[in-house]
Design a binder for this molecule. Structure first.
Ligand code: NAD
Ligand code: SER
Length: 318
């Protein structure tokens, strides 16, 4: 039977791309987007919804006879440090509201993303293991690690089919990020294509795990399709693609844009970035559900520049 899917946070960086990816991979699925923001374009239903309102959420699920929820609403790392209580409330209440719907058998399957932010200064910097010291130093990271433990608890206690990934920083050309520490890695491309210098809020040698959006979307849907008997964790799977520093990314961009200029003005986000590992060991995801990234740093940079250039050309031609 075709899935009936609700994406909460559908107008954000990942949601706005995930809707199209689902449409392509599962063409028969019924799709409903939900967000506090207004709907952007797309051939699906939309509900203006505050996920913290449990009754309104349940009403929406019943109205559309939803069986699968992707919960993407959250405050990210940088915003979370500026608005800690709001971040904790949103990130936790939204997850518990959705988990309770599955406990009460209103929905069958949940995707909820975790993050590399679950790791902290005591985690090994290189190839951070799946199971390791997780003592995050941000409210965002604390909420993600607590969320992972809640997911496991609801699975063990009530059999809830909830699945999760620890996304690295995500880079895409169709949507802009908001409020994260890895956002510079998207913003830099817009400046490069506009022929303008880029002021980077991280220091040149700050290496972080990153992933191109098409790989992240595929990982998400492959995990949701995976045979549940093969899943050996109901916390979140580490997934990795590549790592780079701002200086390494700028060097790749300069291969195509030799006049591109970058200056470094590290701010409060530097401390967040420095608390995270430089690379991630994703061998469990590779073993359990055959995860394998397609995009390298070099390929991602080429495609990002090509796609953003196309937009500039079509805007100036139009
Ligand atoms: P985003 O901030 O771009 O999008 C979040 C969306 O949720 C926004 O459209 C926002 O309006 C909506 N929202 C906020 N509060 C809401 C509420 N109360 N009710 C309904 N909607 C609400 O975030 P994103 O980058 O798309 O991230 C999605 C998820 O993926 C988050 O859980 C985030 O922690 C996780 N994640 C993202 C990244 C990344 O690099 N983008 C990396 C790791 C994990
Ligand atoms: N990209 C996210 C952030 O920087 C990581 O979860 O907050």
């Amino acid at each position: 039977m075709a899935r009936r899917i609700l994406i909460i946070g559908s107008e954000g960086q990942i949601g706005s791309e995930l809707m199209w990816a689902i449409k392509k991979r599962w063409p028969d699925a019924l799709l409903v987007g939900a967000d506090l923001k207004q709907k952007q374009a797309g051939p699906w239903s939309f509900e203006h919804l505050d996920v913290r309102q449990a009754d309104a959420l349940q009403e929406c699920v019943l109205k559309h006879r939803i069986d699968t929820v992707f919960l993407l609403a959250a405050l990210l790392s940088a915003t979370g440090e500026a608005r800690p209580e709001e971040a904790w409330k949103l990130n936790m209440e939204s997850l518990l509201n959705v988990l309770n719907l599955a406990r009460d058998k209103y929905v069958r399957q949940i995707f909820w993303p975790s993050s590399i932010a679950v790791f902290g200064p005591e985690t090994p910097k290189q190839l951070a293991p799946q199971v390791t010291v997780c003592a995050p130093s941000t409210v965002y990271g604390i909420s993600k690690y607590a969320g992972e433990l809640w997911c496991r608890w609801y699975h063990e206690k009530y059999g809830v089919d909830v699945r999760s990934l620890r996304y690295p920083g995500l880079i895409g050309y169709n949507s802009k990020p908001g409020g994260g520490t890895t956002d510079y890695a998207v913003d830099i491309f817009y400046k490069a294509v506009a022929g303008e210098p880029f002021e980077c809020f991280l220091a040149p040698d700050t290496r972080l795990p990153m992933m191109f959006m098409p790989d992240a979307l595929r990982a998400t849907l492959e995990l949701m399709e995976a045979d549940e008997n093969r899943l050996t964790t109901r916390m979140a799977y580490n997934v990795a693609a590549f790592s780079f520093s701002p200086a390494e990314l700028a060097a790749q961009i300069k291969l195509y844009k030799p006049n591109f200029q970058i200056v470094y003005k590290p701010d409060h986000r530097q401390a967040i970035a420095q608390s995270w590992p430089e690379s991630i060991d994703d061998s469990l995801a590779r073993r359990d559900w055959s995860w394998c990234p397609e995009y390298t740093l070099e390929k991602m940079v080429r495609v990002m520049l090509q796609e953003l250039e196309k937009r500039v050309t079509s805007v100036t031609a139009g």
